[in-house]
Design a protein around this ligand. Structure first.
Ligand code: PXL
Length: 300
C-alpha cells in the first residue's frame, strides 16, 4: 500500500507558489474570495482559501445570510499545520468576527518564514462609513492585526478608522504621508492608501504609498469614473500582492493594480446594470497576463 506523504512540501518541486487567502466567501456580488482567487490564479499562484464566513451576497445589499466560520478556521489551520503547508504569502481581508483577528495573527506567527509576504487589507468600510457588520471592537482588533503586516492597504475610510480620527475625503499628499508614517510605526513596512481623490481634479483618483525601509512615497494617478463598485479594493490588493510576489517594484505593482481596476470599471460602466454586482472581472482577467505598457507613478 502506498501511504500518504506526511508533508506536502518535502518532495515537491514548488514551481507554483502558494498564497493563503483569508477572506469571506460571498456568493453574489464579486467581492473577497470570488475576486481574490481568480486574480491570483491568473497571476500564477496556488490560492488556498481560509474562509472567514459564508454569505449569500456581500453586506452592501440590504439583506444577506451570514455563516460565521470562526471555529472552523481553527480546525482548518490545525490540519494545515499537520500537512506542513508553506506559503509564499499570507493575505487577509474581510473578517467575520473580532476573534478572527487574533486567529489570523496567530496564523501569521505560525506560518511566517523569513521571506513570506504578509498582506493585510483592513476591510472595515468605504465612503466614510463602516460596513454594516463592522463594529468599533473590530476596528480596535484590526489595529492590532495591522501591526503584523508587511503591506497594509486601507482605503481612506479605513485609514481614518485605524488612526481613530474622523473621516475626511479631502487630504493633501503631505497629510497622507504623515498618516502613513504614523500607521507604519512599529508595524507594516509598506502602507498603500487607495481611493484618494486628487484635490482640484474631480476626474482623477489616486493611490499613495510609502515603504518605511525604502523611505520614498509614491503616487499613482488614474481617471476617476463616477460609480461605486464593491470588490474593487479586494481586486486592487490582490493584484498588488500578485505583482509583488512576481518581483515587481512597489510603484510598478501599484500601477498594474490601478490600471487593472480602471480596465474593469471601464468594461462595466458602459452597461446599465446593478453596480452592487461589482466589475465584470471575467472580461478583464486575461489582461493580468500582459506586460505593463506605461506607468503613471511619481514621487511625492
Ligand atoms: O469588498 C469588501 C467586502 C468583502 N466582504 C464582504 C463585504 C465587503 C464589502 O461590502 O460585504 C462580505
Amino acid at each position: 500500500m502506498h501511504s500518504q506523504p506526511e508533508s506536502v512540501t518535502m518532495h515537491n518541486i514548488r514551481s507554483v507558489r502558494r498564497v493563503a487567502a483569508i477572506h469571506d466567501l460571498s456568493g453574489v456580488g464579486r467581492v473577497s474570495l470570488t475576486v481574490v482567487i481568480p486574480i491570483l490564479s491568473t497571476m500564477g499562484f496556488d490560492v488556498c482559501p481560509l474562509p472567514t464566513a459564508i454569505l449569500s451576497n456581500h453586506t452592501q445589499y440590504p439583506h444577506f445570510s451570514f455563516l460565521d466560520l470562526t471555529d472552523e478556521m481553527e480546525k482548518i489551520i490545525r490540519e494545515w499545520e499537520r500537512l506542513k503547508v508553506d506559503f509564499s504569502a499570507i493575505y487577509s481581508g474581510y473578517l467575520g468576527s473580532p476573534r478572527q483577528t487574533q486567529i489570523v495573527s496567530n496564523f501569521i506567527d505560525r506560518f511566517r518564514k523569513p521571506d513570506t509576504l504578509v498582506v493585510v487589507d483592513p476591510v472595515l468600510g468605504d465612503n466614510g462609513r463602516l460596513y454594516s457588520k463592522m463594529t468599533e471592537e473590530m476596528v480596535a482588533e484590526m489595529r492590532l492585526l495591522a501591526k503584523k503586516a508587511d503591506v497594509l492597504t486601507p482605503n481612506l475610510t479605513e485609514l481614518f478608522a485605524l488612526l481613530g480620527r474622523p473621516y475626511r475625503s479631502e487630504c493633501s499628499d503631505a497629510e497622507l504621508k504623515d498618516a502613513i508614517i504614523e500607521l507604519s510605526e512599529g508595524g507594516p513596512d509598506t502602507v498603500i492608501i487607495t481611493g484618494v481623490p486628487v484635490q482640484g481634479q474631480p476626474s482623477l483618483t489616486s493611490v499613495i504609498a510609502r515603504s518605511r525601509s525604502d523611505g520614498r512615497t509614491w503616487k499613482v494617478t488614474c481617471q476617476y469614473m463616477p460609480a461605486h463598485y464593491p470588490g474593487t479594493g479586494d481586486a486592487f490588493t490582490s493584484v498588488v500582492t500578485g505583482a509583488l510576489l512576481q518581483g515587481d517594484s512597489l510603484p510598478i505593482a501599484l500601477d498594474r493594480a490601478a490600471q487593472f481596476i480602471l480596465q474593469g470599471i471601464r468594461a462595466t460602466f458602459g452597461y446599465q446594470g446593478d453596480n452592487r454586482e461589482g466589475i465584470l472581472l471575467e472580461r478583464v482577467l486575461p489582461n493580468l497576463a500582459l506586460p505593463i505598457q506605461s506607468a503613471t507613478y511619481e514621487l511625492v
